[in-house]
Structures are given as C-alpha cells and as structure tokens.
Design a protein around this ligand. Sequence first.
Ligand code: EPZ
Length: 451
Amino acid sequence: MTKSGGSALSDDVLVVHGGTPLKGEIRVRGAKNLVSKAMVAAVLGDTPSTLFDVPAISDVDIVRGLLELHGIRTTLDEERSLRMDPANMVNAGVDEINVHAGSSRIPILLCGPLLHRLGTAYIPNLGGCNIGGRPIDFHLDALRAFGAVIEKQPDGMHLSAPKRLQGIKYRLDYPSVGSTEQILLTAVLAEGVTEISNAAVEPEIIDLICVLQKMGAIIKVHTDRVIEIVGVDRLSGYQHRPVPDRIETGSWAAAALATHGEIYVRGARQTDMMTFLNVFRTIGGAFEVDDAPTGGGIRFWHPGGQLSPVALETDVHPGLMTDWQQPLVVALTQAHGLSIVHETVYERRFGYTEELREMGANIQLYRDCLGGTPCRWGRRDFLHSAVIAGPSQLHAADLRIPDLRAGFSHLIAALAAEGTSRVFGVDRFITRGYEDFDNKLASLGASVERP
Ligand code: EPZ
C-alpha cells in the first residue's frame, strides 16, 4: 500500500481485487458532454423539450437543479427521457444558485440563453476537473462582443443585456469546445449573423447544432472550422436522441485491453470512435463493430500476444481526444517497449501518473513537446509529455482520485493490478461521468466491493 486512506473518505471508497479479466456487456447512453449542453439549449425554446437516453450521472443532476431554479419544470421517466418545460421561467436567487458553485463547468453556458429569456443571469464560480488553468476568457470576451454587460464579483458573475444581443464575427484563439458552444447558444437568438472561425467541431458540438436546428435555428458549418449562425426571433422545444458517450466507450475499451478481457459496449458508434479505433488497433487491441438494426455497439478485446508501443498526441477533433489519454496510458503500461504521449489540449493532465508510478508503472514526464503538433505548453513549466516503458506488472495501492477521467484510469489500473487496491473518491468524481459503474463492473466479472 502506498498511502493510507483517511476516515473522511471512508464511505467513498471502492475495494478492488485486481487481476480478473473484465468480460461481458455494458451499455452506454447519451454523451455527458452533449446531454448537459442540450439541457441548456432547452432554455432557449418557448415550448417543452425532450431528451432521450439521459445518463444517470451527477453532472445531469446539477444542470437539472439549475434549470429547476429558473422555473423550468423537469420530469425524468423510467426510460430516462427528460422533459423540460420552460413555460414559467423566473430569475433564480443568488444564494440558491451558489449551492451549485464549484460543482461543474456547465453553468457558464447558461449565460446566453438566460440573457435572451430573462435579460439577466447570475453564474456561480465554476467547478470541473483540475487538469489545467481552465480560463473562461474566450467565453467572456465573446459575450461582451454580443453586447452583454458582465460584472464579476467574488462569488460569481452578474450579467445583463441592456438590449437584444447582436450577432458577432469572432475568431477563437484556440478551437475551444465550451467557447464554441457558448457562442452557438448565444448566437441563435441574437439579432443578425454570427460567424465563428477556428471553431471546435467535436461530434458533441455537431449534435448540439442538430438540437438547435430542430428548435428552429439556422446554422451552417463551413469548411476550415467556420460556423455561421443566422439569428432567429424565436425557437421552439425539441425531441432528441443524443450522440452516444465516446469517452465512456473508450474507457471501457482500454479496460478490456489492460485486463486481457473482452467488453461489448452496447450503444457505441463507430463514426465517433474512428480516431480511437485506429490507436486501439495499432496498440494490438481487437474490435468488431456490430451494426445490428436493434442498436448495435462495438466489441473490444485483447486478442492475446504482446501489445505494441505507440507515439500519440492528443488534439481537438478529429484528433485523438484528450479524455481518451488517461485510459490509454494505463493500457500502454502493458505494451512491450517505449510509448510517447504528447498532451496538447490541457497543460496539467498527467498528474494521475504519479499513482501509476507508485503501482509499478514506468512513466517519465517531460516539459518538452514530444510530438510534431504545435502546442501551447512547450518551453513552459508544464509536464505535458509522457514516456511510458512497458510492460510493467502493476501492484495494488491505495489510490486517491484527482478528477473524473484520471479516476476511471486509476480504477482500470487497480483492476489490472495484482492484489487488493482501495480507490478513494469514486462517488465524488466517477459518478460525474460514468453511469452505474459499480453494477457495470460487477456485470463484467470484476471483483469489487464497498467496505
Ligand atoms: C470540454 O471542456 C469537455 N467538458 C472536456 O471533458 C474535454 O476534455 C474538453 O472539452 C476538450 O475536448 C465538457 O464538455 C463539459 P475547452 P471545455 O474549452 O469546453 C482553453 C470531461 O472529463 N481555453 O475545449 O472546458 C482551455 O484552457 C471533460 O468530460 C481557454 O484558453 O474545454 C484548454 O486548454 C474534462 N480559454 C483548451 O482551451 C477559454 O475561454 C480546451 O478547452 C476556454 C478554453
């Protein structure tokens, strides 16, 4: 054991007896990083919206709580269809909103929709994973350009729109996902045309554009990361089945590889996973796409033999997404030879490797850019490249989860390791993005227990 667990965390721990290959089937629902944004889009409509296949994760609960505070009635049925009725919207109290401070990054996306519907907005201090500075300068700069007045206070931000927001021509310094969504969600009801250049085009963003189009928006996605939005006077509600969660899919795929197992991820879709699938195959993992008319999915397995090392760089879509990096690094500790991973999206996304090292992994971090993609973090004090020498026999440890994706990777490492590990912080972090993971682990034959 490397660290002792504190009593404050004793009810937030999963005991993992490692060394059993994960085998079986799990299902993924709508992507966390679309569902939460589609919920925000429901604010823009003047009739009810319904979102299907909503995952049971705490980020959904947080956004639902915020919608309710603004008078949007929400109902969730047994099939996990979420109905949101914005007929009686109201301004919410600052104290009530502050209850959600620090819990998620989604509240910032409510700015434009609340300004359109209510004329004012209060946004609490944001939460989210500690994987870098995570500034919101692009968001605020764009909102000001639309005509919003922003007053920053210690506990949060007060925003107002003295008149209807006006369309803008805006170039993002970096194709940021959240900033692109912020501009989309604000531009659809702004007066006139908005053009975003250097926009992010992740599958979840394209799916959000589909949601907004269903509501009555006019949005054109041009070549070269340019998106044009023609503002309209009103939007109605929508009905939408979200894009499946490609991050959760990749996490289970990496777990199959690291534990020498086989996992069928029902609901996974090949088009969203193409970059990941290429890497998975290059490492030596096997997969089969099931296009059954009744839903389908992707089966991932370790075919036996040695895994191969790779050189990877994370990037914006269509590059390898940064949220796949951590689970893949755990799998790469089992590859034969030297792998190189250059993280170009976030400056501090290798913190979790310290615990992997304590478990026996051979991972060195570097400040240099070990890759060909121009990166904002080179020649600065950020350990954003990793060299992984494998294979390593991982051994059990006490692990403290630092953030959502790193947490799931710790879990994979514990499942692949010899012996019994304790993973602390599972409820606090993993439930933010992984639905029902205790039961999913049990159904895959993992030997896990709650003490
Ligand atoms: C989204 O975060 C996701 N979160 C992240 O997933 C994901 O890792 C990330 O996109 C990249 O794909 C949600 O969708 C809720 P960004 P977001 O704005 O929108 C810089 C998970 O675990 N930047 O694309 O916050 C920023 O610092 C999470 O599900 C600015 O400089 O990410 C970062 O280096 C973790 N100024 C880069 O852009 C700004 O105003 C990309 O961030 C905004 C961002």
